[in-house]
Ligand binder design. Structure first.
Ligand code: FES
Length: 108
């Protein structure tokens, strides 16, 4: 028997920050925190009748494709997410249930 879900949609936004001059980029350096704020606002403004949480998280080890965002329960990984992409993800995926294919990270 499946347990009831706590959140219908759970959005994890990487905000990992590496030290200056680190050999790999980090999502925190590339507006990770601003994305968390933008997702929280877009979700609030949308006023959906379901439990949704957007939160910061650590590194997914996909740093070169960042900023990375992952949406559960579908486990859809989004790459190179910009502030202007947030509304589309909330409208199409969170509210509409259809992932935004153009932003999807695909394993090569
Ligand atoms: S720093 Fe974001 S995926 Fe590694």
């Amino acid at each position: 028997m499946n347990e009831p879900r706590i959140y219908d949609k759970h959005i994890f936004i990487c905000t990992n920050q590496r030290p200056e001059n680190a050999p790999r980029p980090s999502c925190g350096e590339a507006h990770g925190i601003e994305l968390v704020i933008a997702f929280k606002k877009a979700i609030k403004d949308k006023a959906l009748e379901m439990p949704i949480r957007a939160q910061k998280t650590g590194c997914f080890d996909l740093c070169e494709s960042g900023p990375m965002v992952v949406v559960y329960p579908e486990a859809v990984f989004y790459k190179n997410v910009q502030i202007e992409d947030v509304q589309e993800i909330v409208d199409e995926h969170i509210a509409g249930g259809k992932p935004v294919e153009r932003l999807r990270y695909k394993k090569s």
